[in-house]
Ligand binder design. Structure first.
Ligand SMILES: [Zn+2]
Length: 399
């Protein structure tokens, strides 16, 4: 990810960090006496899943029933299942752990977990950054959440859900909290068209949804969104900087993408979830052309039946044939590491990086006649079953 592909390459580690990445002949000369393991396949950095909700794992996949209104219909079903709560805290923990294990087996080395409930994940081989997600669409609700942060959650790493579910005072309060902690701020943004309809015009599927909850109290619409657009609103609240990760970004126009690029904010694509909820496909070509280097996330099992970054990569390749395979692999590795601020440890194979990386082994890759062809095959055919973890099994001391 940080240098050209090396044929017949070798990686030297001290168990915690990579010391050298070079051709096997160069490594054999520089390190003549070290023990060697041979792997007959493709080395890659471990993958970075930049968006998942582990606490939703217990709900299983929720198919939207109404094709006219898939997103609101899906949220309604999700809330019903959550409120029904026919599962215990232990069930929630166990199903999250099963997902963590699957993620690790598919080659994920680190992920960003956005959850409303706390999941214990210290004893797992992959690293997880967890942010507690908050939302409140009414004035009273926002004040109550702000008060609870002041009194109970002051030391927690927090984030906000989305502009359609979280009012401006709370968005601003949470971002300030993140700035104070120098932590990531992740926000679902422009996942479907109804978000803009609510904020600009007080229309769209979220209106009925919020009315049913008794939560349309005049917070929405928001005048600046109609006058100057969604990005101006987020700018006005000072939400956008290099520590902000905007997730989905399906319905951003060229101007909005350009503004996002100027702020240094990151984008996380969730193509599998977008496809499942039928909300459209992000303008990946425009995002890349604007100089944004998008990350990829699986989102939760509730909106994506298969939590597999290899599948996410293959969906992008199919939906955006103009986007090169190398760019797509970067999304699942180095771009994700940069979005999460862990690029010194994860995302590329280079001296000084963490000594945990993956190998892929399949006869398909042996047919590749060029580097481009090999990268294309990885993106279209990579499978969790092909993954072998290499380097040290211990992640302690890597960062
Ligand atoms: Zn999400």
């Amino acid at each position: 990810m940080s240098a050209p592909v090396i044929a017949d390459g070798a990686i030297v580690t001290d168990g915690q960090h990579i010391l050298s990445v070079a051709s096997w002949s160069a490594v054999r000369t520089d390190y003549p006496d070290i023990p060697v393991c041979f792997f007959d396949g493709v080395f890659l950095p471990s993958l970075v899943n930049s968006h998942i909700h582990l606490d939703l794992s217990v709900l299983g996949t929720i198919a939207p029933k109404n094709p006219e209104d898939p997103m609101c219909d899906w949220i309604r079903s999700l809330m019903q299942r959550r409120m029904g709560a026919d599962f215990s805290r232990d069930d929630m923990q166990k199903s999250a752990e099963a997902v963590i294990q699957d993620q690790y087996q598919s080659g994920v080395g680190i992920m960003l977990n956005i959850s409303n409930a706390e999941i214990q994940h210290e004893n797992h081989p992959l690293e997880i950054i967890s942010l507690l997600e908050l939302l409140a669409p009414t004035k009273a609700g926002q004040q109550a959440v702000i008060e609870s942060i002041r009194t109970e959650d002051g030391n927690k790493q927090l984030t906000a859900h989305a502009p359609y579910s979280t009012g401006p005072e709370l968005l601003s309060f949470i971002k300030k909290h993140c700035k104070k902690q120098n932590s990531l701020f992740s926000l679902h943004l422009a996942e479907n068209e109804d978000e803009y309809a609510l904020l600009a015009d007080g229309e769209g599927c979220f209106v009925g949804f919020l009315q049913n909850l008794g939560a349309m109290d005049g917070t929405f619409p928001i005048p600046i969104v109609k006058k100057k657009g969604m990005l101006a609103y987020l700018d006005d609240l000072q939400l956008l900087d290099e520590k902000t990760l905007c997730v989905h970004c399906v319905h951003l126009d060229e101007e909005e993408i350009a503004r996002l690029a100027e702020t240094g904010a990151h984008i996380c694509l969730c193509p599998g979830s977008n496809k499942f909820l039928n909300v459209g496909s992000a303008a990946v070509e425009s995002i890349l052309a604007a100089g944004v280097t998008p990350a990829i996330g699986t989102d939760s099992i509730a909106s994506n039946p298969k939590l597999d970054l290899w599948q996410e990569m293959s969906i992008i390749a199919r939906e955006h044939p103009q986007v090169g395979a190398e760019d797509i692999i970067r999304m699942a590795t180095v771009n994700g590491a940069e979005a999460l601020g862990v690029q010194d440890t994860y995302g590329s194979l280079a001296s000084g990086m963490g000594a945990r990386f993956i190998g892929l082994k399949s006869s398909v890759y042996e047919t590749a006649k060029s580097v481009d062809e090999l990268l294309g095959l990885l993106v279209s055919s990579g499978r969790p079953e092909e993954i072998v973890w290499l380097g040290s099994p211990d992640r302690e001391g890597m960062r």
